[in-house]
Design a protein around this ligand. Sequence first.
Ligand code: PEP
Ligand code: MN
Length: 371
Amino acid sequence: MNISPLGSYIPNLEAQTPLIIAGPCSAETKEQVLETARQIAQHTSAHLFRAGIWKPRTRPGQFEGIGKKGLAWLEAVKKETGLKVCTEVAKAQHVEEALKHQIDVIWIGARTVSNPFSVQEIADSLKGVQIPVFVKNPINPDLHLWMGALERFSHSGIHQLAAIHRGFYPYEETKFRNIPKWEIAIELKRRYPDLPIISDPSHIAGHTHFLSEIAQKALDLNFDGLMIETHIDPKCALSDAQQQVTPLELKNILTHLIFRTYNNANSEEKLRQYRDQIDSIDQQLLELLSQRVGVIHKIGQYKKENNLTILQLRRWENIIQTRSVFGKNLGLNPEFIEAILELVHRESIQIQNDIMNIEPSTLTPDIPISK
Ligand code: PEP
Ligand code: MN
């Protein structure tokens, strides 16, 4: 994918500064939109104002957005505060309306990203248009669906692309409204290193309590921006009331976040020294594992010749018990030790199983054994 740097989408974004997007879940009234924007502009360093105009609601009968008359309110925000503005589009007609009203950035919501027909319709409607498009992750933890949506926009000639990580539907009660599954966002970054990723702590958290914790984690993972729902009067919000903060609360959150840099003048050299140590330790770990595998081959062969069972439960319990104590005495996390032992044991059983089931004539005499 051909991707332009985030700074080129938002000209007032200083180098190295995470992009801050703030604004209400939904545009409700002109006064609510404008007053929220005024206070965001006055108290915070946000670069981009958000407000949902068309709201894809899970069940009918909920507030489904104010519709296109809200776009004029976003234009008023631009004029009065100088903030750039963004909104969610879910079909080609929304794109057409948004472009008529000089919306600066559009985003595709989680429910829409889950439907390739809708994504393609929006991507087709953007052919020949230059507008940044931010793509939320789909509702379900499907990296390919997320990548596929980004690729559809890229194929339509949109190169000002960013991903928004808003978490995944949890199927059961969890601490957060949506499970972050950070590894999926990290994998997206690994596949597309130039693609900016913005964190949406509001939709992950579902509640204002957890916003700072999630935002800090995203910054620590080198995310490129934050989208935080902000409302002049959250308790009266028509959608997502529990997760919205006031502009002053947003200011407080942003002031307490630690903005780290990817590297500094000395970090390359210092990290290289530590990484050399890690490289050498990893090499030793692998050599030890190879020696262990060598012994397992001998045990497997012995059990086969003597018709003994592979699984010897008491021995396995003894391994877990003694290694947990060793590990604990060495200051290691017991869950980490147990997870490693599980893997090592599974591999050991697999190797012995293979040995038991190989005909004697095909058994290779020179199985790698310890040096
Ligand atoms: C939103 O940003 O208000 C929204 C509807 O988000 P999502 O698509 O992540 O549910
Ligand atoms: Mn919302």
